[in-house]
Design a protein around this ligand. Structure first.
Ligand SMILES: Nc1ncnc2c1ncn2[C@@H]1O[C@H](COP(=O)(O)OP(=O)(O)OP(=O)(O)O)[C@@H](O)[C@H]1O
Length: 271
């Protein structure tokens, strides 16, 4: 199986200064390595503050590692080089509402990444926008819509459209389903599985919900206080968790996001 993304000995340390300028060094991510194969899904689980979002930010380029490197298809990703990274790795966020601009039509928002990162002309850009809207279950006419004219589910589809419009190989989803109600959440899970099938996208999927991870992921890493404490296939880790921390996490005893666990399984296509 070919490795697409490799996170190698990555760390992230924050230095905080208090009122009397005393420095406190905080290791948000301790030496961490893992890899992701093409078309596969790796879930990152962990309690609040375990370093999941920091790891997502390091992979997407929103934060720079203190040490270590990230490789895409064997090529080292250079911190700060957004052009290099944005063609391969894109992010979807928890709050689709906040990630869309209320002052721009969806068409304009989808065109932006194409203007900055592709050589497509106006006709080709329009074709790509319509094709992408259809891929996420929206219509070409949605180009003309402002975000506030769309339902919550449509907004999440729109933010996925924005993430896939450059045809990335990896999508990083940070609690992307946490605020959706259970039937919309199930529809978006089905959409993500469908896009993976058709486009071969690999996902890094951050979630505190065992149920969502079970449906979406092939492999899982479990984070605790900045370190990976357990990893393996979802089947192995879920059936035979080795750490008591993982056992508690899988019983949803360590999360403060109760709604995150509810998936309306009647809507799901595959277990
Ligand atoms: N910019 C920052 N400056 C200082 N500390 C930070 C910064 N960003 C994150 N941290 C700290 O790093 C730790 C890990 O945070 P992170 O957001 O990655 O955890 P998380 O597992 O995603 O948590 P949650 O599920 O609550 O989002 C936390 O203790 C957090 O306070």
């Amino acid at each position: 199986m070919s490795t697409l993304l490799e996170v190698k000995d990555v760390t992230k340390t924050y230095i905080e200064r208090n009122k009397i300028f005393k420095a406190r060094v905080f290791h948000a991510v301790k030496t961490t390595s893992f890899s992701l194969a093409k078309g596969k899904t790796l879930a990152i689980m962990g309690s609040n503050g375990s370093g999941k979002s920091t790891l997502a930010a390091l992979i997407s380029g929103a934060a720079t590692p203190t040490s270590g490197d990230i490789y895409f298809a064997g090529e080292r990703l250079i911190p700060g080089d957004y052009q290099q990274r944005s063609k391969h790795i894109r992010m979807i966020f928890q709050d689709a509402e906040a990630s869309l601009n209320p002052h721009l039509t969806l068409g304009k928002q989808l065109e932006e990444p194409l203007l900055f990162n592709s050589a497509l002309n106006a006709v080709q850009r329009r074709e790509r926008i319509i094709e992408t809207l259809q891929q996420v279950g929206l219509l070409g006419e949605h180009m003309m819509f402002y975000p506030q004219m769309m339902s919550t589910g449509q907004k999440q589809r729109a933010s996925i459209a924005r993430a896939i419009i450059l045809k990335p190989d990896v999508l990083v989803a940070d609690e992307a389903l946490a605020t959706l109600d259970s039937s919309v959440r199930a529809q978006i899970i089905n959409l993500l599985l469908d896009l993976q099938d058709k486009l071969g996208i690999a996902y890094i999927f951050i979630s505190q919900s065992p149920e969502i991870v079970k449906h979406l992921a092939d492999e899982v890493v479990v984070m605790h206080e900045g370190s990976i404490v357990e990893r393996g296939t979802v089947v192995d880790v879920f059936n035979n968790p080795q750490q008591s921390y993982t056992q508690k996490l899988l019983r949803s005893e360590l999360t403060n996001a109760p709604s995150d666990g509810n998936v309306d399984t009647a809507f799901l296509e595959k277990e």
